[in-house]
Design a protein around this ligand. Sequence first.
Ligand code: HEM
Length: 163
Amino acid sequence: MKNRFLVSATISSSVAMTATVVSTLCHSPASAQSTPSAPAAAPAADDDLFQSFGGRAGLTALTDDFVERLTVDKRTAPFFESVDKAHLKSQLTDQLCELSGGPCHLVGPSMKKVHASLDIGKRDFNALVEVLQDAMDAKGIPFSVQNRMLAKLAPLNREIISR
Ligand code: HEM
């Protein structure tokens, strides 16, 4: 619970941040199915966070579990009833890859556009963050590493919360 409080504090403080979010799809240069519009990105100068998540393989395993949890958690499941899970997993993996400094390049619709019609509130956003924390806990990701990723995600609330 103490950990949860600290994370909540991180998220809450980040809510106040002004952020310009460029959130689109990204494809790993290692993927043979990268779209033509997604040229391989050069590795970021600092990919320490990406490496801390076990690189692309680690993030793929994490998002696989994360999305499964989202579809069963009673708070978030209604949002994901008719969603293409494989597509969502792939997109989330790409997004976390880029945010963590991995060799990804985002291409696609903005987070605002993707979530605009979903009527997402702050409570829904926080529920998703908690589900992500549980997924990261299950993978044994250290708390400090979790918080670094959450700090990257928190500013997105401005694009995602619509009520
Ligand atoms: C930091 C928070 C979030 C991030 C990083 C995030 C990221 C994403 C990404 C990358 C996609 C795929 C976009 C695409 O298909 O091109 C997506 C789709 C989606 N997200 Fe989020 N999301 C977040 C919060 C939420 C929340 C709070 C909800 C609802 C509780 C939600 C519900 C959905 C749904 C239902 C879709 C599928 C939309 C569709 O296929 O039409 N997301 N999200």
